[in-house]
Design a protein around this ligand. Sequence first.
Ligand code: HPA
Length: 247
Amino acid sequence: MNDVIGLIVGTGAVQLELETESRSPTKTPYGAPSSALQRSTVGGRSVICIARHGETGSIPPHLVNYRANIWALREHGADVVIGINAVGIIDPAVLLPGRLAVPDQLIDYTWGREHTFETGDAPQINHVDFTEPFDAELRGRLADAAATLGVGGRRGTYGVTQGPRLESAAEIDRLSGDGCAMVGMTAMPEAGLARECGLRYAICAVGVNHAAGRDPGGGDIHADIAAHVATGMAHARAVLDAVVPVL
Ligand code: HPA
């Protein structure tokens, strides 16, 4: 109950309806985080929050300063970090539009991002163990809350693509063949950096669209996102309200 809770919120953050009580503009050795650190109350408990894509949503996934975001949360005392990440749905047995999943694995398809705090200056290389990329207890709590609320909570593998463009249908077939149930652009390097810092990190993935070529109705991805993001984020907020007070 003494853990400081950090939140990194992404696309659809506004619909989480987090009320900002104070803002601390912050610098880190890696530059500025995506946004000021915003203090909010979730489920009656104070949290510190960063808007991953910036306060106006203008920072694309490949330009997010993931190192500064993780560093700033740690510097402000966070030892638990929950990411809220909008995702495309590859496997509808795991996740449906407007509902939630809690990834238990990931595959990193990104490239060229600043992905580590290791500079090569330390006498020893720190090869962090990433067998389980998400904190098992934290993701279990998120999954249980989602299931209890009836809004999803299955586990699956999150494929992290480079963006900012969406994928081709063949790329989604490849991710599916690799075992990915959902696709997004931001879980890496965020999860790896959180592990390097020793933070307990897990993601509440919000299904906002069928991935490319996967919509049974053959619909438009942007229309799909517009239709489902508000419901999905309301569900994510309900999960946060349930989980944050008991961490
Ligand atoms: N692909 C990648 N990232 C995403 C998607 C998608 O379909 N939807 C939301 N984030």
